[in-house]
Structures are given as C-alpha cells and as structure tokens.
Write a protein that binds this ligand. Structure first.
Ligand SMILES: O=C(O)CCC(=O)C(=O)O
Length: 263
C-alpha cells in the first residue's frame, strides 16, 4: 500500500521570554504549512521562550497553556506536532519535546544531552529515556539539538523502528557545517527521514542561522531554509525508504557481535 505524507519544518526568530508573541508566530506558521498539505510539523527547541535561562522556572508555568493551544490546533487541523518547551516539575525544568497527535499529547521526550558549553546543565535537568512513538503519520523518533552529536542515540531510535526523525534545535553560528553534515549523516546511515527545525535571528549574544532541513533517507535535501522566518514543506514517500533499505541492507549487514550491541 502506498504511504506518503507531507511534512514540515517551522523556523522563526524566537522572541526571548515572550511566550504570547512566539505562540502567535507558531500558530500562524502551522496554519500556513497545513494549507500546503502538511500533516506533520516540527517546531524549534524551546520555541515558546528561547533560552531565557534565569526566567525558565517562571516561563515554564506558561507551558500548559501553550500545549492546550497546540492541542486545539492539532485537533482542528488534523495534524501531528512536535517541538520542545520548558517543562517545570517541582524545582526542576526540563527541555521537553512534546508529541501532539490530533488533539492529544501522546508522549514526550526530555533532552538527554545538555549543552554544558553554554551552561545548560546548570539551569536544566536532563531526561533519562529515549523516544520512538507511533503516531497517525508514522513512527517518530525524537531528539533535541546537541543530541545530534551522539550517533548512538539515533541508531537506537532506528533499531526501534523510527521512520522519521524529528529534531528541534536552537543551533547557533558558526557551526552551520556541523549541523548540515551531521543531519545528513544521521539520515543516510539510519535510512530514515529527517525533519530538523532550527530557530533564526539573534538572542542575546547568540546568532542563529536557521537552515532548517527536510532530508530523505538517501540524504537528498528535500527542503532547506535560509536565515530568516520561513516554513518548509515536502512529501515523504515511505516506499522510497523501503526500496533504499532493501537495496543497501545496512540493517541486516550490521555486526554487533564484533563492535558491541547497544545497551
Ligand atoms: O552542538 C552544538 O553545536 C549546538 C548545541 C546547542 O546549541 C544546544 O543543544 O542548545
């Protein structure tokens, strides 16, 4: 049976600490991608607040309201939405990617690798589980920004059946080259689709380059953003993925007995 969906990456300049402004930007962009046929959309990392570290515990209190707006929109438009938000729990704040399928939060993933280079580990708590979740558009693997530098995480998601990797990010200059290279490598080696949504614009001392990407399992770039607010939409053809996996049999040809199995 032919399986094909339209997928989107939403990229915008996150207004630091301004939840209402960011929510309006996100909802408008999601309506636009739906008009272009997208059934699945990924938003950037911490898209409602940006990295307003010191105010995160206070800003995280807005997250239930943001999620409610997302759930309502997903139900109205019949979409699956993924993106990370600050999640407050007791005195901790997690960087959490929520998966909303038609009106319901079906699962969540808390960022595993905190970017110590920018002090994330001083302000955020780390997650302790990986996530592959079945949804109405397919099996989604979820990761956040710096996670991209840890390939073993993605191989685990692939072995657990991820068909589409959804990655939310706030990845700044000057590391555009790492971003693009690592995303393509993750797609090619794991033979899955990748949706990577980055933010753009300036937040404090950081300059974000955007360059959100939609990538096919063979590494073909299906959509690539520039440095300003935009949305990407492309068709994902699952038959293409199956053909590639049948032609180049990375899954069958692995030798874990030699180089180790995953934990
Ligand atoms: O790994 C990088 O270069 C950027 C990571 C990052 O900015 C983050 O995880 O927030």
């Amino acid at each position: 049976m032919e399986r094909r969906i339209h997928a989107a990456a939403v990229q915008f300049n996150i207004a630091l600490g301004e939840v209402e402004t960011n929510l309006e930007r996100a909802l408008a962009a999601l309506r636009r991608v739906r008009e272009q046929g997208a059934e699945l959309a990924v938003l950037p990392e911490m898209w409602s607040t940006g990295y307003d570290y010191k105010r995160l515990p206070e800003l995280a209190r807005e997250t239930p309201r943001v999620l409610e707006a997302l759930r309502d929109l997903a139900r109205e438009l019949g979409m699956v939405l993924v993106g990370s938000l600050p999640e407050g729990q007791g005195d901790r704040v997690y960087n959490t990617a929520y998966v909303v399928d038609q009106g319901k939060v079906v699962d969540k993933y808390r960022k595993l690798h905190l970017f110590s280079n920018m002090g994330e580990d001083r302000f955020l708590a780390a997650g302790d589980r990986t996530l592959v979740v079945p949804t109405s558009v397919g099996r989604l693997g979820v990761a956040i920004c710096y996670d991209l530098r840890f390939p073993e995480l993605f191989r685990k998601l692939a072995l657990e059946g991820a068909e589409i990797l959804c990655l939310s990010a706030e990845w700044p200059k000057p590391r555009q080259d790492h971003w693009r290279t690592l995303l393509r490598a993750r797609a090619i080696e794991n033979q899955f689709f990748v949706i990577a949504a980055n933010c753009c614009g300036i937040q404090g001392k950081l300059d974000f380059f955007g360059m959100s990407l939609l990538i096919a399992p063979r590494g073909e770039i299906l959509g690539e953003a520039g440095e300003s607010d935009t949305e990407l939409v492309a068709a994902f053809d699952f038959e293409e993925m199956v053909n590639y996996r049948t032609q180049i049999r990375c899954y069958q040809d692995r030798r874990p007995e030699v180089y180790g199995t995953l934990p």
